[in-house]
Design a protein around this ligand. Sequence first.
Ligand code: IMP
Length: 441
Amino acid sequence: MFIPAVSGVKNRWNRPERNKSVSTKIALGLQWGDEGKGKIIDFLSEDVDLVVRAAGGANAGHTIKAGGIKYVLHLIPSGIVHPDVRCLLGSGMVIDPDSLLDEVLSLEKSGISDVRTRTGISGGAHLILSWHTEVEKNRENSSRPVGTTLRGIGPCYESRASRYGIPVSYLKYPDLLGEALNDLYHSMDIRSEINPELMKKTLLENHSWIIPMICDVSLEVHNAQKNNMRILMEGAQGVLLDGVHGTYPYVTSSQTVTGGIYSGVGVGPQDDDCVIGIVKAYTTRVGNGPFPTELKDSMGEFIARAGNEFGATTGRPRRCGWLDMVALRYAVRITGVKKLALTKVDVLDGLDDVFICNSYKNDKGDTITDFPPSGVELDKMTPVYESFSGWESSGINNISENLYSYIRTIEDLSGVEVSIISFGPDRLETVLREDFSGFLR
Ligand code: IMP
């Protein structure tokens, strides 16, 4: 039984009815990103004290519509639009300070005047500099582009791994910053006119505003857990883009699985954590790489149009296809997801039939039901579909029997209950499974 999700900010200090068994929720995307995480995370943030982002950078784009205002966030957790929520950027993140400043200014312009005091940034997160984006642009012009967002994400993580990166905390120590920039400059193939001295000057002049926001994210989250505060850790990108478990090499450079979220925040799993996986009613992918259920026909174009499937970060059109349960089962397996949030169901409204892929055929004609862990093998798979009768229209008061059947099949084939369904970008266009509503509060 699903009930409409009623919006309203609760008093965080006085929740006698609150369910103490879950203090930390982890929300992450289960496909190739763009699952509608922004909306679901915003929705889940209504009842938490702390929202923490673990990894990635401004390659992510979360769109939220609340109170008639549209917010597009790339770095700051979506929880910022809730007045009582503190937001943290964890050590696993890579932060372009120019993008961060743009985002802060835009939030301030939208009326969130306390964004700087409600946001904390880990000193251990790394800075993305124009050198990183320049290196990436040169690389993506090569014969084997990944189709990245060109935000300097990969080169920045490379600098971190090679021990030449620039942690955010270095902004506090100008001499150390100067030396580190010099070392970084000479460690990379940079043809930029910006030399280390100029980079240091620009960083200190333009971005010393970050210094008061630097904090120990790991400790803050640990203390919040000890004090039984409610925490939401948000993932970025999607599980199939994970740098280790995704469709390598067409992946991002961070770890998007649950383990990557713990690592990026700097805490370990607690007994009562609940991992919520966000999955779109169909599949999309941006950039290159294998995508078995991709529809390169008018149906793909219909979904792209109906779902407004254009990247929030780059504006690139997204590739669209049917829901892939082989991939979803894999995502559930490697993340320990306990609940599903199903998004953008309304996009499929009005279709005579909808399809779900529950197995593949490989190039030898064998049936494959487990996702091949390598992107190379995935490229050789042909989807096998099951068809479902479509539904005319859907909404919070309109879940037809055909739509129920689609949802039940997703639950049966994934082994996980669908606890949240979203029918549109607004917070109010959401229903919850009745018992999940109790769990949230
Ligand atoms: P990068 O993260 O910019 O290095 O891009 C690597 C791959 O991940 C590319 O295929 C991007 O399109 C994809 N990607 C990165 N971030 C997102 C996201 O937030 N949504 C969807 N795809 C993403």
